[in-house]
Write a new protein. Structure first.
Length: 553
């Protein structure tokens, strides 16, 4: 054991079996005990006791799990005097009290007990209401104890200052005007399930390191954004708890169901919420929500996503489960593509918006897709989009076009060159019936025609997509799609949904038309619609290419 009551008590609760706990909590206990057994660590129990004495000012008592996290994050030191766990990742079900914990921790670290003057704390979230939540909790404590607190604090609705230390506490969002140049001692990243990229996180973390004991506190439930920072953090946390990678100072506190079916057993709900045993009113509310979830799971996904931290594998009307979309991240088998025929797909809504194109090969039972996306700088929706487009540009996955529209020659030249690099015959092109007119001349430049005598362009209509969707769904489930590491494709696929007509026919549509682009996924669908021709060439090793040489525009 560690010798610290707050840490050892919680480990005892987890191991007691009195309430159900998830596998991640058992792994965390093993991890903590192993760290203390193999490293020279000191817990400043006097400092911890002084911190916990501030609990009397708050309208709630800390739960055992909160004291456990607090002691490890704030009062546990290495032999060299540095914090052992300067970073904590708290992933618990909605209602567990993470914002109350955050407010208490931040209040403590503003005070002289921390021992670091001007230890500024910035709390970040994607919305102002969320960013203000823990800040407001501290503000309310100061208001409720004015006579005592005026000796040590000054406060407004935007800024709290500890006059004893000069430490400041404020909230910030993606719209904050001044974030760069800050010198915080600690940053909070709240509800990171809503972060679609790392822009705000990068701004927040780059200011750290100028004050002693820099800290980060990440708090969240699960949410609907996939492929973002939350998924990365969970993956990293799992690797740490499994012993697959070093923790690098991060304490991983994960609470969730271990299996989807556990949601139907109320005893298992305690796995996702370590505070639930102390909150009978919350339990009653969850029972009400669960009744609605059972009646219509597709329309009440917030219960299993946010209360249980177990997002549904396929959200309502989703194209595929996120884990199946992730499975497309397989290495492109380049040597198997040399001389092998392919088909191409192109899609766009407007040439003043996004345009996607790619080449599709069939290698055995796998479909290999190499794609690219073009973005018009004049696109009116760019400000709405939270995806890291410029990061993708730096990786060569997208191209910004500084013109009034995307010239149709650009994707055609790219397709011709990608095929020529692999000596790959391009057999057929698939493109939406309504988009062909603008692309016609550019396609003919690379020997693709839609006229009766030379036809190797198929104009994709909704009925073609309807026929192909069952095979595409099977491809996702069977992990037979190989896209390489393409976050653009994963993003666009996750932005797509199935649309069922009154007749029962299914096509693909957009979840949200302005900020959730789907063009390159739809280009993939177009290529799949013409891919049957590849079966006849499945064993072809060499063939005369339709195009050769390097094309320029």
């Amino acid at each position: 054991m560690t010798g610290c009551k707050e840490i050892d008590d919680y480990i005892g609760i987890v191991r007691s079996g009195e309430y159900e706990v998830c596998k991640d909590q058992l792994k965390l206990c093993d991890f903590v005990e192993r760290i203390f057994a193999t490293e020279t660590l000191t817990i400043d129990t006097d400092q911890l006791a002084e911190y916990l004495s501030y609990e009397k000012y708050f309208p709630f008592a800390l739960f055992p799990w909160e004291k456990f996290v607090f002691a490890l994050h704030n009062c546990t030191y290495r032999a060299d005097g540095q914090l052992r766990f300067p970073i904590v990742f708290v992933y618990v079900g909605r209602g567990a009290g993470k914002n109350g914990y955050l407010g208490f921790e931040d209040f403590c670290l503003l005070t002289k007990t921390n021992g670091v003057p001007e230890y500024d704390i910035d709390i970040f979230a994607t919305s102002e209401d969320q960013a203000k939540q823990s800040f407001t909790d501290v503000w309310n404590v100061l208001e409720a104890n004015k006579q005592k607190m005026r000796k040590h604090f000054r406060w407004t609705k935007e800024l709290i200052t500890c006059t004893d230390t000069g430490s400041k506490f404020q909230f910030r969002t993606s719209n904050s005007k001044t974030k760069d140049g800050a010198r915080p001692g600690k940053i909070d990243l709240d509800e990171i399930h809503a972060y679609e990229n790392y822009r705000l996180i990068t701004v927040a973390t780059t200011g750290l390191g100028k004050k002693r004991f820099p800290r980060q506190t990440w708090t969240t439930t699960d949410g609907d954004v996939r492929g973002g920072p939350l998924d990365d953090k969970i993956e990293q946390g799992e690797a740490i708890l499994n012993g697959d990678e070093p923790d690098n100072g991060m304490l991983v506190f994960i609470c969730r169901l271990d299996d989807d079916e556990e949601v139907y057993n109320e005893r298992m709900w305690y796995k996702a919420n370590p505070s639930l045993r102390y909150l009978p009113t919350l339990l009653e509310q969850m029972r009400v929500e669960f009744a609605e979830y059972k009646r219509n799971p597709a329309s009440n996904t917030a219960f299993i996503t946010k209360r249980m931290n177990r997002p549904p594998k396929i959200r309502e009307n989703g194209v595929a489960a996120w884990e199946d979309i992730l499975a497309t991240n397989q290495e492109i088998p380049e040597t198997n593509l040399i001389g092998r025929p392919c088909v191409i797909g192109i899609d766009y809504m407007k040439t003043t918006d996004f345009l996607g194109a790619g080449l599709l090969w069939r290698v055995g039972d796998r479909d290999v897709w190499i794609s690219h996306t073009w973005i018009c700088n004049q696109c009116a929706d760019l400000k709405r989009i939270k995806a890291p487009l410029r990061e993708w540009e730096a990786r060569g996955l997208v191209t910004f076009v500084d013109a009034v529209e995307i010239p149709p020659e650009l994707p055609c030249v790219w397709l011709a060159n990608e095929a020529a690099k692999r000596n790959a015959p391009m057999l057929l092109a698939g493109i939406d019936d309504y988009r062909f007119a603008l692309m016609k001349n550019a396609l003919e430049e690379i020997n693709f025609y839609a006229d009766k005598d030379r036809r190797n362009v198929l104009l994709i209509r909704p009925r073609d997509e309807m026929r192909r969707i069952p095979l595409i769904t099977s491809g996702f489930v069977g992990h037979r799609f190989i896209w390489g590491d393409s976050p653009v494709m994963r993003w666009m696929t996750n932005n797509s949904k199935t649309v069922t007509a009154p007749s029962g026919n299914i096509t693909y549509g957009k979840i949200e038309p302005k900020s959730r682009k789907t063009d390159t996924f739809k280009a993939f669908v177009a290529a799949e619609c013409v891919s049957d021709v590849l079966d006849a060439y499945a064993n072809t090793k060499t063939a005369e290419p339709v195009v050769s040489g390097v094309w320029t525009y």
